[in-house]
Design a protein around this ligand. Structure first.
Ligand SMILES: [Zn+2]
Ligand SMILES: [Zn+2]
Length: 349
């Protein structure tokens, strides 16, 4: 009998079915969709997670939230209440093959929920997740005394910043000018970067899935880099650690807002994620960042997105499978260290 992909304990009598949708005179299904077998307990747990995330009551770090927005229209995401532009998903709960309920979700929220459904050994009810063995359990570096200043309204993001600050021993700075690291949401980031002048190199932008233009403007104005919002404490600490190490920002790719990547150095195998269509570079880059571990190097390469996962080479296939799901079915190739990028990028900044 099929086992529940979520708890890996009980038999899977239920399934979570994900159907990608595209807006074309209304929302229409595209492609075959996927199905993850889960047990009844986990099926209810996942439905409750979605409801809790919307009401801001969840207990998982990195969960999306509605931040005071309300559901008014049918085509708002049932978790974050944003209205998706072109792509969305219908996530259905099936019991013995029969539909027992469904949610209309934006792609980031749908992938978040599906990732939890299929992650295996998800520690239900706890604030930590263990994915890919030790891959998900990197320790937080101690950056005791690093002065940080943040201006973040998103509740989930603010909680993640608080957790990361406590784990790393960060101290709060009185102003952005005095801080070693500045965390700010994308909308206000470019203006702050211009105010800070050369100090913009200390700015980390928290970018939601729709914040491409704002993120690009902040990078143009000298920001150090960006993390997704929502993000995990590990993604944030990894970015802060890069800043603390004095890593310098190089050129970046305007389509994905990612730094240019030179994979293959250090002899590690790496993954190449295809951008599925024109105009989807940012959305794909955002999903890859959102669902990768913070210590993986991610950047633009070969017209797609390169990921160098910090895992033993034997575990790379597993990371590829998870990214394929996270990036909504985008093609993901495993490349050896000896496979150099096939073409150079035009860089900005
Ligand atoms: Zn289960
Ligand atoms: Zn959403």
């Amino acid at each position: 009998m099929e086992r529940c992909a979520c708890c890996e304990e009980r038999p899977a009598g239920w399934a979570i079915a994900a159907q990608p949708l595209r807006r074309y005179r209304g929302w229409r299904p595209v492609g075959p969709g996927e199905r993850t077998g889960v047990c009844g307990w986990c099926a209810r747990w996942l439905a409750q997670l979605a409801a809790d995330a919307r009401s801001g009551e969840g207990r998982l770090f990195g969960q999306p939230g509605a931040n005071g927005r309300h559901l008014v229209f049918d085509d708002q995401c049932a978790v974050c209440c944003e209205s998706p532009a072109e792509r969305a998903e219908r996530t259905a709960w099936l019991r013995g093959g029969q539909a027992a309920g469904e949610l209309f979700l934006c792609v980031p929220c749908a992938r978040w929920l599906l990732g939890l459904a299929g992650s295996g050994r998800t520690l239900q009810g706890s604030r930590e997740r263990h994915l890919d063995g030790g891959y998900g359990a990197w320790p937080h570096p101690r950056l005791r005394g690093m002065r940080t200043w943040s201006s973040v309204r998103d509740r989930g993001a603010a909680e993640v910043i608080g957790a990361a600050a406590a784990a790393m021993g960060l101290v709060e700075a009185g102003s952005a000018e005095e801080a070693d690291a500045v965390l700010i949401e994308a909308g206000a980031a470019a203006d702050l970067c211009r105010e800070l002048g050369p100090g913009a190199g200390r700015v980390i932008v928290l970018a939601g899935p729709g914040a491409q233009v704002e993120t690009a403007r902040a990078l143009e104005a000298g920001a150090f880099g960006w993390v997704t919002a929502p993000s995990t404490p590990q993604q944030l600490t990894a970015m802060l650690a890069r800043l603390a190490r004095g890593e310098r920002r190089g050129g970046w790719d305007p389509a994905t807002c990612l730094p240019l990547l030179e994979p293959g150095r250090g002899g590690r195998p790496w993954l190449w994620v295809e951008v599925p269509g024109p105009g989807e570079a940012w959305a794909t880059a955002w999903l890859v960042r959102r669902f990768s571990r913070g210590y993986d190097a991610i950047g633009a390469v070969d017209g797609g997105i390169g990921v160098v996962p910090l895992v033993p080479p034997g575990a790379v296939g597993r990371v590829a499978a998870r990214l394929r799901q996270a990036a909504a079915g985008a093609r993901v190739e495993v490349r050896g260290a000896e496979d150099p990028p096939r073409r150079r990028f035009e860089a900005a900044g």
